[in-house]
Design a binder for this molecule. Structure first.
Ligand SMILES: [Zn+2]
Ligand SMILES: [Zn+2]
Length: 400
């Protein structure tokens, strides 16, 4: 029963694995299957817990700040609302999707699929629903938002008395369960339960990039029988699209770093905070681990992603065969790490609704935040659009 490695396109058959073990691609080392336990019950329990905790995490107050006898509370949606009112619709809508809408959609789909499988139902929409749950996983960011809250809280508490509310604890629970769900979910087993794989068909083959099923080449441009994704031998125009996204990312990288992320107005004057001066502020408050975290996620990782993707594009254009394994690993790393760059932007969404004390002190997002979030989104899209199998094709390997 064959699948094709999504990174290097090598056809392989995975033997039945014992619990808690990993099957790696024999060519590129990608973990093709990770088993956790003997059933899907664990993943179902954790996904359902995350979904249920998201409800109070959205409704109950995240944090309360007091200043000059007044108190301000924030719930998950208030950052989105305040940014909208301050005239940043694009920023506000993107954060609403990443933090409010997609976590519900992703955990709703995942819980629905696992529950249906557990109860023995096999409706036609299962494959499509699981494909979307997998596709949306990097874009649903309760865990990244939680780290944003931790940084935001540390910044606020250095100046004003602040308290974490019940919504904050529920968010922490939801984020924790989302990480445990990822660790205990065995997607390969779920795909097999939705529809088993077949032996390698005779003649030329292609593989589905969503569920890795191997199918005859004649099926190109038709929907995958298991997950309903459109079948393509290789991602169409992968290089051109990735190049366009990376170029747009480079253009916005400068403004993201130069323009202020936030402008804070107090009776003493206006303070503009760029990413860099935000890090300086954390260093002055002796919050070293957070300063290192923001430096890595806001400055180092976006640059590494843009430079790394440029290298990947150039290497394919030059038909290079060097460092194939290193380039494949770099692409995997860029794809995994990308979402964590949002911590600093989320800090603003936590911060902005709390620091609203009229003329005494108020905080607004700046142009930098808008540009920065776009850099993160563009580089995430670019790493998804880049098809790593193109690098292996050039090495003259047969493929699926
Ligand atoms: Zn591989
Ligand atoms: Zn498929």
């Amino acid at each position: 029963m064959a699948i094709a490695c999504p990174d290097c396109a090598t056809l392989q058959t995975i033997p039945p694995l014992p619990p808690w073990s990993v099957a790696r691609c024999r060519v590129c080392g990608l973990a093709l299957e990770r088993t956790a336990g003997r059933t899907i019950d664990g993943a179902l329990a954790f996904a359902l817990s995350a979904l249920l905790l998201l409800v109070p995490a959205n409704w109950l107050p995240l944090m309360t700040v007091s200043f000059a006898g007044a108190a301000r509370q924030s719930v998950l949606g208030s950052g989105v609302w305040v940014l909208w009112q301050q005239g940043w619709p694009l920023l506000s809508i993107q954060i609403a999707f990443l933090v409010l809408i997609l976590p519900f959609v992703q955990f709703g789909l995942l819980t629905g699929v696992l529950l249906a499988l557990r109860l023995g139902y096999r409706p036609g929409w299962l494959g499509r629903a699981f494909r979307w749950a997998t596709k949306l996983a990097p874009w649903a960011m309760p865990d990244v938002f939680l780290l944003g809250c931790v940084v935001g809280y540390s910044r606020v508490v250095a100046m004003l008395p602040a308290r974490v509310g019940p919504g904050g604890w529920c968010l922490a629970g939801a984020a924790l369960f989302s990480l445990v769900t990822e660790a205990t979910l065995d997607p390969r087993r779920v795909w097999r339960m939705i529809a088993p794989e077949h032996a390698v068909p005779a003649g030329p083959v292609l593989s589905c990039r969503s569920c890795d099923m191997v199918l005859p080449m004649e099926r190109e441009d038709r929907p995958c029988p298991r997950c309903d994704a459109r079948l393509r031998a290789r991602e169409p125009d992968s290089l051109t699209r990735t190049m366009a996204l990376v170029a747009a990312g480079f253009l916005l990288y400068g403004p993201a770093n130069l323009y202020p992320m936030t402008n804070t107005f107090t009776f003493e004057g206006t303070v503009h905070h760029t990413i860099y001066s935000g890090i300086e502020q954390l260093v002055q408050a002796r919050l070293w681990p957070l300063a290192v975290l923001i430096f890595c996620t806001s400055i180092a990782i976006p640059f590494l992603k843009l430079a790394g993707l440029t290298w990947l594009i150039l290497s394919v254009r030059r038909a290079s065969r060097a460092a194939l394994l290193a380039r494949t690993r770099l692409h995997r790393f860029i794809e995994k790490i990308g979402r964590w760059s949002n911590i600093d932007v989320f800090t603003i969404a936590v911060f902005a609704p709390l620091i609203q004390f009229g003329d005494l002190a108020s905080s607004q997002a700046g142009q930098g935040a808008n540009a920065f979030l776009l850099v993160v989104m563009l580089t995430m899209l670019a790493s998804i659009t880049f098809d790593p199998r193109l690098m292996w094709d050039l090495a003259g390997r047969r493929n699926g």
